[in-house]
Design a protein around this ligand. Structure first.
Ligand code: NJP
Length: 263
């Protein structure tokens, strides 16, 4: 029987992209899914499709994760609906690929508010309950950009470095209570992410052949649920690049210069 049968899985940013695929695949394995995002109509549509296809419970919550009070209220409602959250997938996020001097400080703050503070707020909402139950799994969608920072993504990279720093500490703290913390570091994935991140379309054109399918990333994430997986790094060759960067940063920056600027 699937580990996820009758478990409660909350996914932020479930209205599209990998969040939507994660919700679908978790429900396919028997999980009850709580869908959260700002676009309530898209969530309702997914909720209906999931309940009629898999017969599990699915619910939708309109949530802007950058609104910390709203996060607290919505998670209270989620706790009232469920008998405890088993898995939280902090997936909501966005990026704007611009050089540092082109980024408006308000855009930078918005990225931090969603990618970092939103993720921390959702995590803080579930932690006391998971600690009391001595069980649970927090999955944080970070990025290869959290491991290796490249031009035109200074702020986005900084947010994902922050996610990894937060998660690495959290993992050690949570281990005492039997709570798992997994970080997911994908390379480019074919989702709507790039309609905001890459308005010019140049980056998408350059990396088209390396793009991961959202279904593939979601499958890896769902397979890791309720297992003590530290990190998911995709694709492997890109992860090899970030390991090399950790070991030889100056050399990678020197030889990778032209490739990195092709964004
Ligand atoms: O992007 P997209 P992905 N509050 O745009 C939601 C990371 N990642 O699936 O609120 C709540 O299709 C938004 O919903 P809505 C990336 O950083 C991606 O690719 O209705 N939700 C939508 O459901 C992010 O953390 C790539 O507009 C908010 C979802 O987030 C995660 O993967 C590579 C929100 C975004 O769906 C999912 O991105 C990588 C808010 N304030 C990491 N703002 C990649 N695609 O290449 C947005 O390494 N959402």
């Amino acid at each position: 029987m699937s580990k996820l049968k009758n478990k409660w899985v909350v996914i932020t940013g479930a209205s599209g992209g990998i969040g939507k695929e994660i919700a679908w695949k978790a429900a396919e394995k028997g999980a009850n899914v709580i869908l959260a995002a700002r676009s309530i109509d898209k969530l309702k549509e997914l909720e209906n499709a999931i309940t009629s296809r898999f017969g599990v419970t699915a619910s939708s919550y309109q949530l802007d994760v950058s609104d910390i009070e709203q996060v607290q209220q919505v998670f209270e409602r989620i706790f009232n609906e469920t008998n405890g959250i088993d898995v939280l997938v902090n997936n909501a996020g966005f990026g704007i690929f611009k050089e540092a001097h082109e980024v408006d400080v308000k855009e930078a703050k918005a990225m931090f508010d969603v990618n970092v503070m939103g993720l921390i707020a959702c995590t803080s909402a579930v932690l006391p309950h998971m600690k009391a139950r001595k069980a649970g799994h927090i999955i944080n969608i970070a990025s290869q950009a959290g491991k290796i920072a490249t031009p035109k993504s200074s702020v986005y990279s900084a947010t994902k470095h922050a996610v990894l720093g937060y998660s690495n500490s959290l993992r050690m703290e949570c281990a005492r209570d039997g709570i798992f913390v997994t970080t997911v570091n994908p390379g480019p994935i074919a989702t709507n992410f790039f309609s905001i991140a890459d308005e010019s379309g140049t980056y998408v054109k350059n990396v088209q052949k390396f793009m991961l399918k959202p279904e593939y990333v979601a499958e890896k994430v769902v397979n890791s649920m309720l297992t003590n997986k530290r990190e998911i790094n995709l694709p492997r060759w890109m992860n090899a690049g970030s390991i090399l960067y950790t070991l030889f940063p100056r050399t990678v920056e020197r030889f990778g210069k032209h490739a990195f600027f092709r964004k």
